[in-house]
Design a protein around this ligand. Sequence first.
Ligand code: NAD
Length: 351
Amino acid sequence: MTFTYEALPMRVVFGAGSLRRLPEEAERLGLRRLLVLSTPGQRALAEHAAGVLDDACAGMFTGARTHVPIEVADTARRAAREANADGCLAIGGGSTIGLGKAIALASGLPVISVPTTYAGSEMTTVWGLTENGRKRTGRDRAVLPRSVLYDPELTLCLPVDVSVTSGFNAIAHAVEALYAPDASPIVSLMAEDGVRSLAAALHAISADRLDLDARTDALRGAWLCGACLGATTMSLHHKLCHILGGTFDLPHAATHTVLLPYVAALNLPAVPTAEHALRRALATDDVPKHMARMSVGLGAPRSLAELGLTGNEFDEIVIQAQSQPYANPRPVTTEALRCLLMDAFDGTLAP
Ligand code: NAD
């Protein structure tokens, strides 16, 4: 066995009610003028967080949008300058955290993050910006949040369908981390436990959205899966989701959910250790089929057709996927990629 592992410098404060510890975290970082960021839909939560920060809140920007359009990033960066902010508080899902990262990228301002979905962006150095319909991404240590507060109480209002697809978005990070070129024993432990924790929790959440124990397990799993994403290089699955979201505007978390079983079906036969870890975590002998049936059983979309693809896009997807090299445990032929896309288009694993 050979591996290289480098831990990212991150601080996590976890537990129900941990939003109340925001002033402590700001003080610890020496921050006195935070700009609070959110989407328009989470404005009330942002106002609540601003109240918790009290004097340490310098203003609010509630215009975060998915995939961080450059115009939104520029307006938010201006708002941070005008408020003379010394840091940002990003409270919300990956879209809001992505906006915090865009501000940090341009200004170096530190970010405190309070995630309210399971997407995992708060654990990574990856930033993204969308300009002229194309999303650029990169890695920069400056965008990694300095402190992350995970408060399961803030996820109680996440609708069940969004919880399920967001949970599968997190599970996808763990699946690809298990066969990443830079996988390591500690990442594999986090990945297996993250999948186990999330899978059990998603069943309980779909039975009762307000089950705080299940919400706690789901967020704990999301943290572990996000940490896997931050520690490894992603492969074919994330590459395809990036293309489907960026070029064809498919919804981020739902696309991850639909596609994951099909990429797993292609890759897992080549990586037995990863497959065994997932079999243990999901208590199944057939990981791809189990994931497809579980997500559909919990109400998620079953096919790329349901997400709005017409079936005429496959050539373009294949061209884009093969235009730049990416990591994958198996070489991916044009034929294999087309078959995978056709199966996911039809939803063959969850009839
Ligand atoms: P999102 O942030 O767009 O949130 C989806 C919707 O749910 C939004 O309207 C939001 O306001 C609402 N919402 C969030 N939390 C809620 C809650 N607790 N209760 C009720 N409503 C709530 O979606 P997402 O899936 O979290 O993030 C997707 C974005 O994050 C994409 O742009 C993706 O590329 C990015 N992302 C980046 C990374 C990274 O490492 N850079 C990792 C994962 C995702």
